[in-house]
Write a protein that binds this ligand. Structure first.
Ligand code: SAM
Length: 246
């Protein structure tokens, strides 16, 4: 696909409609996704932001994949995107849900700088950013148990992710993780971690997205409700989290 504004918006609309998320689109949202694509591809030439560079694949694998999560969040909620990388899911979520207040964090400074500059360029004043290791942020009183939701895509296996994310979530809030094909096993392995960290009810929703042709992707969206405060000894330092997962 030649990346003209018209072609892009046509494809974005087609793919979002096929996947039942077309209602999130309007002129301003389409324009922001187009400008995000131009910016990401331009910056991707300077440093690695995404391995996916074909616009139609970006629409399916990055944008639709993130926007499909949007319905998981209550109106006006605060969300921390742990390990945001090039802004996924934070930037697509911020584009379609201007009511959300999103903090995008990552341990890599240049990715966070890219997300901050991109949010400013697109006028996304519902996004703020921070360079931070999640396990350090989770011990910071200003961030600990301050968010309605913690979300993460492609950051770590679930029992590790639970220790990185659940400390940020208020009691009554949720961790919402997009997982891959090993989700069932990860969930079994993470049962203890979830319980120790204050997690309660877990729901798993299978999400399948298609471009209407041969391309499709499928993954479970795992939501963990927080029912009790996280004990103060968690999160531990990363070496312990990864070597001795709960
Ligand atoms: N969420 C993005 C996406 O779906 O495209 C990025 C995924 S990338 C595979 C994983 C990201 O998590 C990297 O940018 C990495 O720097 C970040 N990360 C991994 N462990 C982290 C930690 N403990 N604290 C903060 N960021 C972390």
């Amino acid at each position: 696909m030649e990346l003209t504004r018209e072609n892009f918006i046509k494809e974005l609309t087609r793919v979002f409609d096929i996947n039942g998320i077309g209602t999130y689109l309007n002129d301003s949202v389409c324009d922001k996704f187009y400008r995000l694509t131009m910016r990401m591809l331009e910056e991707n030439q300077k440093y690695n932001l995404t391995a996916i560079t074909a616009p139609e694949k970006i629409i399916l694998n990055h944008y639709a994949d993130c926007v499909v999560m949007a319905r998981a969040f209550d109106v006006g909620a605060s969300v921390i995107d742990v390990g945001c990388g090039a802004g996924f899911p934070s930037l697509p979520l911020a584009i379609v849900r201007s009511d959300l207040k999103i903090l995008a964090v990552d341990s890599t400074a240049k990715r966070v700088r890219y997300v901050a500059e991109t949010a400013e360029l697109l006028g996304l004043d519902n996004v703020s950013t921070r360079v931070m290791r999640a396990e350090e942020g989770g011990r910071d009183a200003a961030l600990r148990e301050k968010f309605d939701y913690a979300t993460a895509r492609a950051v770590a296996e679930l029992r590790i992710l639970a220790e990185l994310c659940l400390p940020f979530v208020k009691v009554g809030g949720k961790m919402v993780a997009m997982k891959g094909k090993n989700a069932e096993r990860e969930l079994t392995d993470a049962k203890n971690a979830i319980s120790v960290l204050g997690g309660g009810n877990v729901t798993v929703e299978s999400v399948t997205l298609s471009d209407g042709g041969e391309e499709s992707l499928s993954h479970p969206l795992i939501a963990v409700r927080k029912k009790a405060k996280t004990p103060t000894v968690y999160p531990r330092v990363y070496a312990q989290i990864s070597k001795k997962p709960l």
